[in-house]
Design a protein around this ligand. Sequence first.
Ligand SMILES: *Cc1c(COP(=O)(O)O)cnc(C)c1O
Length: 436
Amino acid sequence: MNTNGRYSRSRTLFRDAQSVIPGGVNSPVRAFRGVGGTPPYVQSAAGAYVMDEDGNRYLDFVGSWGPMIVGHTHPAVLEAVQETLKRGFSFGAPTAGESRFARMIIERVPSVEMVRLVNSGTEATMSALRLARAATGRDLLVKFAGCYHGHADPFLVAAGSGTLDIGVPDSPGVPKAVAAGTLIARFNDLESVDALLQAHPGRVAAIIVEPVGGNAGCIPPVPGFLEGLRRLCDAQGSLLIFDEVMTGFRVARGGAAELYDIRPDLITFGKVVGGGFPIGAYAGPSSIMRQVAPSGPVYQAGTLSGNPVAVSAGIATLELLDQEAYRTLEALGQHVEDGLTRAIREGGWPMVVQRVGSMFTPFFRSEPVRNVDDASDADMPRFRTFFHAMLGRGYYLAPSAYECSFLSLAHTRETLNGFLESAVGVLTGIMQTERV
Ligand SMILES: *Cc1c(COP(=O)(O)O)cnc(C)c1O
């Protein structure tokens, strides 16, 4: 698939890595299993570009899977990090930056009054779930098939078709008893949620949802879906958790909660909030958050939580993200969507582009994608061909048909015009071949 030579150093590094790191990578999607071939080994990045070990340069649509929303190595973030580094790396003691950062998050996200910092999105969701269970005195969790909430046991359940009311683990090692506490509903389908709540009255601690589906490709909520979840939670005394690890500070200044005007009980953050450094956070009204130790009994701790270097990167990143920045990101997103949609319409291609703000996915399927089953129905061989042809032309899209691509403030209309021209050329070729 990959052209010989173009990735020779990456290929050597990848082969070598497989003997010392499982699959050669520290997070599975990086291994390119969804598209085949060799992942370019990244050597450096600046602005909207990443450079690989073979000297290839790519316009980057991955952005470290979302965090690099202001572009790579932005001078303001770099300077903030360098200044902090000189004063120390980590203290295991409180610093002024942590409350400053918490205030910035509180000021941006309407329902949030208190914030606890952790080190990853996974930590944020597992901590939020524990808190929700403690706050309600209930055990069950409702999640949606195709939504990803990190790799903690209770979330590694997506349910095959037909297993709508009892969880089955996705991974060996997840105890059946833990998976059984996770009930699986269909994204964008309120009736599937209602059915679960009716079947387990008074037992569901929380419904957790990606307010914009981002881990099966970009799947916006249908009108009324999030409002319906809020209503169902209120009726049942369950908490609504928005997992905004991807959407937080990405789709709007106050994230999806602001964009769709919903007040969740708890919100989890990650990715953008750390500006490329390992930060996660969970947040909510003080009535719930005060139950976290040491102000309350719900235990959760972290040696490196609130790390000063990461916090300074987070602060510097959020400071760059004013309303003007989100208008720019929306305009860039619209430009990509318009360009691709026009070509799809003119070509009569069986494709749709789905987008919210600066996150988007081209699906190789003619009907809109409303849930993970729809996403799986796409033409995967065509996606792989498209992905590799674009990579070869210097455009690094998300290397899986089930992921979003991201734009940053470092992308410009001009560079995106080049991308659109290449994409249309590649797609024209692909669509002339038979559906595989
Ligand atoms: C990436 C992601 C996570 C997991 O975050 P990590 O930092 O990788 O642990 C959780 N939820 C959502 C919605 C995500 O996109």
